[in-house]
Design a protein around this ligand. Structure first.
Ligand SMILES: Cc1cc2nc3c(=O)[nH]c(=O)nc-3n(C[C@H](O)[C@H](O)[C@H](O)COP(=O)(O)O)c2cc1C
Length: 250
């Protein structure tokens, strides 16, 4: 079984390819975990060199399912595939802390970037997106082989200063920037189409003429990226930033 979370489609794309290659079933992390399948995969995006809070609460519910299944010799295998725009710091360690156990294998896969809410961060150019997606296909084949062979490997792009990013910057990011209170709607552009509501993977938006966020945001930016009119912005940081949404193509 492969459990996935995806805001803008990258991780769903990866999870689907992996499920096809391995002949596994897929289930979104927004449903409760439901399997006692001994081989469990977790596919999700890296947020601030750590894991999204929706993933954290999902895996904490998995603990009882995984209890007593730590032995690879008994056929169990727990792995994670984390998509990121650039590098993932110690996101695997954050996941292991939430799981209360070690992963048997862990991989990071570079995908088009979706983080745009700070100066200096924007979506990738079309060329870079194409390049990353082309490499991703090859990476998934290699990952699928490792998983089929039950190889205990870590293929991770931690990047520079991973400890600082995960254990110093991330808590600050989560405290001050992981919030929906900065979302603004340009009422002149919003046509109340409800696309932001439909695309929000955690049901955090209601649309009453314009979208209203309900304070349980996981920070995926699906609403920002999916708006056909660029009517949603994060404070005044994103007016001139690009949008990206692979879900449109899936
Ligand atoms: C809130 C947020 C934080 C992010 N933090 C990181 C990060 O620390 N490192 C990185 O390389 N990419 C980061 N990204 C980019 C995403 O991890 C990447 O684009 C991912 O593939 C998006 O997956 P999805 O389309 O399945 O949601 C971040 C994106 C968001 C929305």
């Amino acid at each position: 079984m492969i459990y996935y979370f995806s805001g803008t489609g990258n991780s769903l794309y990866v999870a689907r390819q992996l499920a096809d290659a391995l002949g596994e079933r897929l289930s979104p992390m927004t449903f409760p975990p439901m399997t006692d399948n001994p081989v469990v995969g977790l596919v999700f995006p890296v947020y601030s060199w750590g894991i999204p809070n929706v993933v954290e609460s999902f895996v904490s519910k998995m603990k009882h399912i995984l209890k007593g299944k730590e032995s690879r010799e008994q056929g169990s295998f727990l792995y994670a595939v984390m998509t990121c725009g650039d590098d993932m710091g110690y996101a695997d360690k954050v996941l292991e802390t939430a799981l209360g156990r070690k992963l048997d294998a862990a991989f990071s896969v570079q995908m088009p970037n979706t983080y745009v809410c700070l100066p200096g961060f924007d979506v990738d150019s079309k060329e870079l997106c194409k390049e990353k997606l082309a490499k991703e296909g090859v990476a998934i084949k290699e990952i699928a082989t490792c998983i089929s062979d039950r190889k205990a490997v870590r293929r991770l792009k931690r990047g520079s200063f991973p400890r600082t990013k995960t254990y110093i910057i991330r808590p600050l990011f989560n405290r001050y920037l992981l919030t929906d209170k900065y979302f603004r709607v340009d009422a002149g552009k919003c046509v109340s189409c409800g696309r932001c509501r439909k695309m929000c993977p955690v049901g955090n938006i209601i649309v009453d003429e314009t979208p209203q966020w309900q304070s349980h945001c996981t920070g995926c930016l699906a609403c920002y990226h999916a708006c056909p009119y660029h009517a949603i912005n994060f404070g005044n940081m994103t007016q001139k930033k690009g949008q990206y949404n692979l879900l449109k193509l899936l």
